[in-house]
Design a protein around this ligand. Structure first.
Ligand code: FAD
Ligand code: NAI
Length: 501
């Protein structure tokens, strides 16, 4: 009895302390304090983008050293790994968006956040030109350092019909559009008197691209069909088909053979049809045209096509590279040196994330590590700049003083400052791979974890919880963690929403 009473008291204390701390953190986050004003004496960093690279930099950068301006067409950060979950209604859109000001308002100095699309970077004049979302108002501003983190855009390879007829899985609007399109197909198929052939077409979902995006999306669609469609549309559930088309001989080329096999066998059990060595040649209103492994052409009817066939550089990136033709010759993206400085510039442009061509995969993990690294490098640069200014000042003083003893004192100080400058070493960027994780549906995930010295391919509660906890901990804020966890609980309790708005 005494033990139970003790346990009861401990639980109550833990609950009170837990909720008190939670409340304190949320209120601190909600009410940011006063910030230092813009300082004309400080150098200005202009950050292009509000994605993985830019947000990671903004979280870490010390604004005591710099004035910072952020320019991005989106005034928020999008947590891309959970985008496929929004596409099927497991999560709501807002749960994976974080307004950029929620980060910048907590910095020591005011950060200017401008919702606009950068149109041109002039690396010679050191200016950025941007326009508002209507494209009507345009402005050009100078920078001392430019952090170029605009990401990439969807690669269509010029395939006919893709841009107009397929859904993508890159931006939040893409996931929302896909969710609507899926429900449109389901409701149209449920309309009385539809010919069997038309029902079959409407309920055929084609995913193009067997990279991680295509795989995770197929897994999520499968869960939606299993968990929800069977309950609310029992007459249709058995008729839904998912086909994943991949041009290469296997899906997930970046994962090990063991993990590929596990994914393929899980998809087989889930009745997701994988077509490898098959290339989508055209997307039509009601079908996709495929080039089959034997090079013959087949046209298969379908209700929805989701294009997850990779990325390419944005136009602004291509234009910027074209201004430095001698050094920027890699078609995959911007070439950078070991400190992430854009090759061919005077060191004032740093490029990070998917817009670059490095030996690393274009992932969130790389972009966020690069952003955090740059923040540290910029702090080092600020330190060096301050020491160099001091040195210049001292050297000027030496030239001015006539008294020999006084001049000697300055010479000693000059030597100390020179040594301090020498000690400020800019370490090169080093990527630390934390592993790759992909959800494949049916509460199963695959993981390639270097710290466990191998690959894990497993299903069941443990893996599922690991996948979820890994993503929860990666989310940038307590607010988003709460929103995502809340949506997961609601989905578990009540299922996904199948209303068509
Ligand atoms: P982004 O995050 O794309 O950010 C680019 C930013 O630039 C955006 O804010 C954009 O609005 C802005 N921008 C665009 N044009 C301009 C302009 N002209 N001027 C100013 N700003 C501009 N990676 C992983 O490591 N793990 C995962 O699980 C994972 N899952 C993914 C799931 C999906 C569905 C997708 C699409 C990607 C996933 N990735 C994952 C890849 C990851 O999202 C990217 O590698 C990462 O977003 C790259 O970061 P970035 O900062 O370079 O670009
Ligand atoms: P991807 O480039 O990795 O895969 C695209 C696939 O589409 C390729 O395998 C390609 O062969 C195929 N393809 C291209 N054109 C085709 C066509 N016409 N017909 C059929 N197949 C075609 O792109 P993805 O999956 O969007 O990933 C982009 C980046 O984001 C990668 O670096 C990836 O690692 C990362 N990512 C990581 C995730 C994770 O770790 N869980 C999840 C999603 C993305």
């Amino acid at each position: 009895r005494t033990f139970l009473q003790g346990l009861g008291r401990a639980t109550i204390v833990a609950l009170v302390v837990g909720s008190g701390s939670f409340y304190y953190i949320t209120q601190k986050d909600k009410n940011p304090g006063a910030q230092l004003p813009f300082d004309p004496e400080k150098k200005t960093i202009v950050v292009l983008g509000s994605g993985w690279g830019a947000t990671s930099l903004l979280k870490t950068v010390d604004t005591a050293d710099y004035n910072v301006v952020v320019i991005s067409p989106k005034n928020f950060f999008l947590f891309t790994p959970l985008l496929p979950s929004v596409a099927v209604g497991t999560l709501t859109s807002r749960a994976i968006l974080q307004p950029t000001r929620y980060v910048t308002r907590h910095k020591a100095r005011e950060v200017t956040v401008i919702e606009a699309e950068a149109r041109e970077v002039d690396p010679h004049k050191k200016t950025v030109t941007f326009t508002d979302d209507q494209g009507k108002s345009s402005k050009t501003i100078p920078y001392d350092y430019l952090i170029y983190a605009v990401g990439a855009e969807v690669q269509t390879f010029g395939t006919p019909g893709v841009q107009e007829k397929a859904c993508f899985m890159k931006e939040i609007q893409d996931a929302e559009k896909m969710q609507k399109k899926v429900m449109e197909c389901i409701e149209t198929a449920a309309f009385p008197g539809q010919p069997a052939e038309e029902v079959e077409r409407l309920l055929h979902m084609v995913v193009v691209g067997g990279g991680p995006t295509g795989i995770e999306l197929s897994g999520e669609i499968h869960d939606f069909l299993e968990d929800d469609l069977k309950s609310w549309y029992p007459e249709l559930a058995g008729k839904v088909r998912i086909t994943l088309v991949e041009a290469l001989p296997s899906v997930l080329p970046m994962f090990s053979k063991q993990l590929i096999d596990y994914t393929e066998s899980t998809f087989k059990e889930s009745k997701i049809n994988i077509m490898t060595k098959t290339m989508v040649k055209e997307v039509k209103d009601k079908s996709v045209v495929l080039q089959m492994p034997d090079k013959s052409i087949a046209e298969i009817p379908c209700g929805i096509v989701v294009w997850a066939a990779g990325n390419k550089g944005r136009k602004i990136t291509q234009d910027l590279m074209a201004k430095l033709p001698a050094t920027q010759t890699n078609r995959r993206g911007i070439s950078v040196d070991e400190h992430l400085r854009m090759s061919g510039t005077d060191g004032s442009i740093f490029a990070i994330g998917d817009c670059t061509s490095t030996s690393y995969a274009p992932t969130a993990q790389v972009a966020s590590q690069q952003g955090a690294y740059l923040a540290r490098i910029l702090a080092q640069i600020a330190k060096k700049d301050a020491l160099e200014a001091k040195l210049k000042n001292l050297q000027a003083k030496v030239n001015q003083v006539e008294d020999e003893v006084e001049a000697k004192g300055f010479v000693g100080e000059i030597e100390t400052v020179k040594k301090q400058i020498d000690m400020v070493k800019l370490r090169p960027f080093h990527y630390s791979h934390q592993g790759s994780l992909a959800y494949i549906g049916s509460d199963k995930a695959i993981a390639d974890l270097p710290f466990l010295n191998g690959n894990i391919a497993s299903g069941g509660v443990a893996t599922f919880l690991f996948w979820r906890s890994a993503y929860l901990s990666t989310l940038f804020s307590l607010r988003n963690r709460t929103l995502v966890a809340n949506d997961w609980i609601l989905t578990k309790l009540f299922g996904r929403d199948v209303s068509r708005d």
